[in-house]
Design a protein around this ligand. Structure first.
Ligand SMILES: Cc1cc2nc3c(=O)[nH]c(=O)nc-3n(C[C@H](O)[C@H](O)[C@H](O)COP(=O)(O)OP(=O)(O)OC[C@H]3O[C@@H](n4cnc5c(N)ncnc54)[C@H](O)[C@@H]3O)c2cc1C
Length: 532
C-alpha cells in the first residue's frame, strides 16, 4: 500500500491529525487541493483544551510565539463605535495573566494551558511546517482528492496532481478532514442534520497598522456593534489585521461599515471580502468501514463560542491514537468503532452550546432600538436596556469553559461503566472530575511539574496516595495485546485530593478509562481499554 492513512484536507484538523499520527510513527499522506495555505480569515482562538493538546504535541509555545501578544487582554466590548463609551465591557485575562492564575491554583478547576488567539491563516502554515518536519508524514498541496472505493482490505483513492495527472493511492484507512462541503462525506452518503443557512453575513479582512494602538475605549479582541446588522469587529493575532462581519448587501458596503465602526480617520486596506453562512449541523455518522470523517466535515457550528476548529482538533486527537493502535496491531475491533460513539455526542453537545451562545447574542441584539446612539433620555434608556441583557447573554459566547474542558465520553464501549449518572453536564462551568471518560483534570505535582506532562503516550496506571496496588497483572494483560502500558507513582497529597481516588487508568489521549481504590480484574480491564 502507498501509505497507512490517507488524509483528505489540510485545514487545522487534517494537519493536527497528520502531526499526531506522524509523531506516533504512522505513515500518512495528507492531500490538499490548495496550492498553499491561504491568507483568509476564519477561526482565531485555540481554546484551552486545544492548547493542552498542542502542548502534548510539543508545539504550544510555537503557537503562542506566532499568536496574539501574551500581555494584551482578551476583553470583549459591546459598542456603538470604537470612539464612544462602550455599552458593556467584559474583561478577560491576557495569556500572561491566565498563566499566572493557573500557576497559583492547584484545585483542578483550571486548564494546564489557557486559550491562545491565533488567526487560522497563521496557524495553518505553522502546522504545515510541523507536519512537513515529520519523516512519517507526506504533505501534498495542489493535490485534489476525487473519489474512493473501499473493500475489506483497503481504500483506493483517485487523486489529481498539480499537472492534471490522475493517480490512485491505496491505504488501509482514509480520513476526510475536507471541511463543511466534504466530498468524502457526500460519497459515503452521510447527511448533515440540523439547521442550515440561518443567516448570511459578509466577512472582510482589513490591514490597519495603527488602529489597535489608537482605540480609545480599551484593548480587547472582540468589539460587537449594537446595530441591526449583527456587526462585529475581531482583532487578529498581529493586532494590525482586523475582520469585520456584517449583514450588508455588497462588498463595497463593508468599507463603509468598517469606517462607521472605527469612527476615526485611519489608513486602511480591505484585503478580502466573502460571504459566509451560519449553520448548526451534525452528521448522522462519523464514517463508514475504513473511511472516517473529522472536523467541519461532520459538524458545523456558528463560530460564536469558538467550537468549530476546537471541536475538530478533539476529533483528530481521539481518532489518531485509535488508528495508530489498530495499525500497530494491538487495538481491538471496538477501538475504531468507539470514535463515533465518543465524538458524535460531543459534536451534538458543541452544536447545542453554539446554539445557546448564538441565542444569547440574538437576545441582546433584539434590544437594539433606532435611537440607541442618540444623546436623549430615550437613547440612554435603549443603551442601558441592551447592556443589561448583554451582560448575561453575551457571556454565553465567551465563558463556555464547561463545554471546552468538561466533555466526557460517557457510555463509550472502551470506558469502564461506573454505576450512577456521573457529574452534571454544565456548558458554562467546569467542575473537575475523574468520572470514566472525562479528561484528566490538570493538577500540579509537589515538584512543580504538571501531571499531564508526566503521563506517557500509551496507557498509564496512575498510583496516587502511596497506593501499593499490584500493577503486575494489568501490565501482563496489556502486554498480551502488545499495548504500551506504564505505571506512574505520584505520592503527593494534592493530586490525590483532586482526583478523589488512589488509582486511575488513563488512555493515550489523557481521558480516564477506569478509576478506583483497588484494581478490578486485569484481563477484563485491559480488554475493554484496548477495544477487544
Ligand atoms: C468567520 C469564522 C470564524 C471562526 N472562528 C472560530 C474560532 O474562533 N474557533 C474555532 O474553533 N473555530 C472557528 N471557526 C470555524 C473554523 O474555521 C472551522 O471549524 C475550521 O476551519 C474547520 O477545520 P477543518 O480542518 O475541519 O476544515 P477546513 O478548515 O474547512 O479545511 C478543509 C480543507 O480540506 C480541503 N479540501 C476540501 N476538499 C478537498 C479535496 N477534494 N481534495 C483535497 N483537499 C480538499 C480544503 O481546501 C481545506 O483546506 C470560524 C469559522 C468562521 C467562518
Amino acid at each position: 500500500m502507498d501509505t497507512q492513512v490517507l488524509i483528505v484536507g489540510a485545514g487545522p484538523v487534517g494537519l493536527t491529525l497528520a502531526i499526531d499520527l506522524g509523531k506516533r510513527g504512522i505513515r500518512c499522506i495528507l492531500l490538499e487541493q490548495k496550492e498553499a495555505p491561504q491568507f483568509l480569515p476564519k477561526m482565531e482562538r485555540c481554546n484551552a483544551r486545544t492548547m493542552e493538546i498542542y502542548r502534548r504535541l510539543g508545539i504550544a509555545q510555537k503557537i503562542r510565539d506566532a499568536g496574539f501578544p501574551r500581555d494584551v487582554p482578551m476583553d470583549v466590548f459591546i459598542v456603538t463605535s470604537l470612539v464612544e463609551p462602550p455599552l458593556l465591557h467584559l474583561p478577560y485575562p491576557s495569556v500572561a495573566q491566565a498563566q499566572a492564575e493557573i500557576a497559583s491554583h492547584n484545585d483542578g478547576t483550571l486548564p494546564l494551558e489557557p486559550y491562545q488567539l491565533i488567526s487560522q491563516y497563521t496557524l495553518e502554515p505553522l502546522l504545515k511546517s510541523v507536519a512537513e518536519s515529520l519523516p512519517a508524514v507526506d504533505v501534498r498541496y495542489g493535490c485534489e482528492f476525487l473519489d474512493f472505493a473501499q473493500d475489506e482490505i483497503c481504500v483506493r483513492a483517485r487523486v489529481r496532481a498539480k499537472d492534471g495527472a490522475v493517480t490512485e493511492l491505496t491505504a488501509p484507512y482514509l480520513v476526510g478532514c475536507d471541511g463543511g462541503s466534504s466530498g468524502v462525506r457526500r460519497q459515503l452518503g452521510i447527511k448533515l442534520n440540523g439547521e442550515a443557512n440561518l443567516l448570511q453575513l459578509r466577512q472582510a479582512l482589513y490591514r490597519c497598522d495603527d488602529l489597535f494602538e489608537r482605540i480609545p475605549i480599551g484593548k480587547g479582541r472582540h468589539y460587537h456593534v449594537a446595530d441591526d446588522r449583527a456587526t462585529f469587529l475581531i482583532v487578529q493575532d498581529s493586532t494590525k489585521h482586523f475582520t469585520l462581519h456584517s449583514v450588508v448587501d455588497s462588498d463595497e458596503d463593508m468599507k463603509t461599515m468598517f469606517e462607521k465602526t472605527v469612527a476615526m480617520p485611519v489608513q486602511y486596506e480591505m484585503l478580502s471580502c466573502a460571504p459566509w453562512r451560519q449553520n448548526l449541523l451534525v452528521a448522522d455518522n462519523y464514517g463508514q468501514g475504513r473511511v472516517f470523517l473529522a472536523g467541519d466535515a461532520v459538524h458545523l457550528v456558528i463560530p460564536t463560542g469558538g467550537l468549530g476548529m476546537n471541536s475538530g482538533v478533539g476529533d483528530a486527537i481521539d481518532l489518531s491514537w485509535k488508528l495508530a493502535a489498530t495499525l500497530k496491531g494491538w487495538g481491538g475491533p471496538k477501538l475504531l468503532a468507539s470514535y463515533e460513539a465518543e465524538r458524535r455526542p460531543i459534536g451534538v453537545r458543541n452544536v447545542e452550546a453554539s446554539r445557546q451562545a448564538s441565542r444569547g447574542r440574538r437576545a441582546w441584539r433584539s434590544m437594539w432600538r433606532p435611537e440607541i446612539r442618540d444623546h436623549t433620555p430615550a437613547g440612554a434608556e435603549a443603551r442601558a436596556n441592551l447592556a443589561r441583557v448583554a451582560d448575561v447573554e453575551q457571556r454565553k459566547s465567551n465563558e463556555m469553559i464547561g463545554a471546552e474542558l468538561g466533555y466526557c465520553y460517557r457510555g463509550s464501549p472502551i470506558v469502564w461503566p461506573e454505576p450512577g449518572e456521573g457529574p452534571e453536564d454544565n456548558l458554562m462551568k467546569y467542575v473537575p472530575s475523574t468520572w470514566p471518560g472525562a479528561r484528566l483534570p490538570h493538577a500540579w505535582c509537589d515538584d512543580g511539574s504538571a501531571m499531564q506532562d508526566r503521563i506517557g503516550d500509551g496507557y498509564t496506571l496512575l498510583r496516587l496516595g502511596r497506593s501499593q496496588a499490584d500493577a503486575g497483572p494489568l501490565a501482563q494483560a496489556f502486554a498480551a495485546y502488545g499495548a504500551p502500558f506504564g505505571v506512574l507513582d505520584v505520592p503527593d497529597e494534592r493530586p490525590r485530593e483532586i482526583y478523589g481516588c488512589d488509582l486511575l487508568l488513563l488512555r493515550p489521549d489523557l481521558h480516564v478509562v477506569w478509576r478506583g481504590n483497588s484494581l478490578p480484574d486485569a484481563v477484563t480491564l485491559a480488554a475493554l481499554a484496548t477495544g477487544h
